[in-house]
Design a protein around this ligand. Structure first.
Ligand code: PHE
Length: 354
């Protein structure tokens, strides 16, 4: 019994000294003091041989446990001091190269939108923003679409399941930025009524557009940039000039532009606009076939559209264009995307390249 008590006292003393130790050196001293040749535990172990035979195994076991506890406590405390030392060194090593935080960048579509905005702002266009959730009036009706036009079918357009407005009709996700033409002209006509000024519009509407389509070359949400210029003497010349300016600014000085006849409900005449191919310089190659790449639609604002917005078509003329952001972006970069949906897949390995 006495021996047992002695062993417990040794253990308690050792552990409390270890906990109080202030350095690795002190720990070494404590080790000697208990486990060294004439250490307290070593001496106590020798005493065991003097005990009666039958109590030796039990006391021997206890003594070994005490030894183990002291050894492990010293080892743990030593490791603690070692890692603290490393930490200290780390803190003061000012020469160690820092860990840089990973820098992100804007999405490539956002980059294109910013570039397009800067190009048009230089020639006096003002960027506007209009609703993505629109009334039929702005997306179709005021743009001179007949009632049975296929784009109004819900096969093409996303309709919102809500009671239609008695005047402006059903609610939908705008399938093109041309809805902004109507919004802009209505706004300017209202301002004119207040201030009596002449109407002069140079609008750039860049926005998300939605159509029911999803395959390798279509995404259900994409971006368009729409220009609208309205004034007293606006003609096709202005349209061609702005088109050419944009093509040279965005794709490069050596590129050419052209307009071809086409049809849109809300422009008359209407055009398809093209840019000369950058690969073959307009000579014709595998990519473009005949030297030209299609940019998108444009035209002179239809008199019915001007009238729908309260403008007198005899007094005012205008032109408009609506081109795809993703389209010009992939054309410019010469990106051969197998699947356009890649742009919106949030795949970091893809996005990091831009
Ligand atoms: N809104 C047309 C489209 O989405 C493009 C366009 C805009 C055409 C302006 C003419 C004038 O295809």
């Amino acid at each position: 019994m006495l021996m047992e008590q002695e062993l417990m006292t040794i253990k308690n003393n050792a552990v409390s000294l270890i906990l109080d130790a202030g350095s690795e050196k002190e720990l070494q001293e404590i080790k000697l003091q208990f486990l060294g040749k004439s250490g307290a535990l070593t001496v106590a172990l020798k005493e065991i041989t003097k005990l009666p035979q039958e109590s030796r195994p039990e006391i021997g076991k206890l003594a070994n446990e005490v030894k183990k506890i002291i050894e492990e406590s010293i080892e743990n405390a030593t490791q603690n001091f070692k890692s603290k030392k490393i930490e200290k060194i780390k803190k003061i090593d000012v020469t160690e190269p820092g860990i840089r935080p990973a820098l992100g960048h804007l999405h490539l579509v956002t980059q294109a939108i910013e570039e397009i905005t800067t190009i048009f702002e230089k020639i006096g266009f003002t960027r506007v923003s209009y609703p993505e959730i629109e009334y039929d009036w702005y997306a179709f009706e005021a743009l001179n679409f007949p009632e049975n036009h296929p784009a109004r079918d819900d096969w093409e357009t996303f309709f919102i399941d809500q009671t239609p407005d008695p005047k402006k009709g059903p609610i939908l996700l705008t399938p093109h930025t041309s809805s902004g033409q109507i919004r802009e002209m209505e706004k300017q006509v209202a301002l004119q009524k207040q201030h009596g000024n002449d109407i002069s519009i140079r609008m750039l509407n860049i926005a998300k557009t939605y159509r029911r389509q999803s395959d390798a070359s279509h995404v259900p949400m994409f971006h368009q940039f729409e220009t609208l210029v309205v004034g007293k003497d606006i003609s096709i010349t202005h349209l061609k000039g702005v088109l050419d300016y944009f093509v040279k600014s965005y794709f490069g000085e050596s590129r050419k532009s052209r307009i071809r006849p086409y049809h849109f409900q809300f422009t008359e005449p209407s055009f398809e606009t093209d840019v000369s191919c950058g690969v073959c310089n307009g000579k014709g190659c595998k990519l473009c076939k005949e030297g030209w790449l299609e940019l998108g639609g444009a035209g002179m604002v239809h008199p019915n559209v001007l009238q729908n917005c309260g403008l007198d078509p005899k007094k005012y003329k205008g032109f408009a264009s609506g081109w795809g952001v993703e389209r010009v972006l992939t054309m410019k970069e010469g990106l051969k995307l197998d699947d356009i949906r890649m742009l919106y897949s949030n795949n970091i390995e893809f996005l990091e390249q831009f």
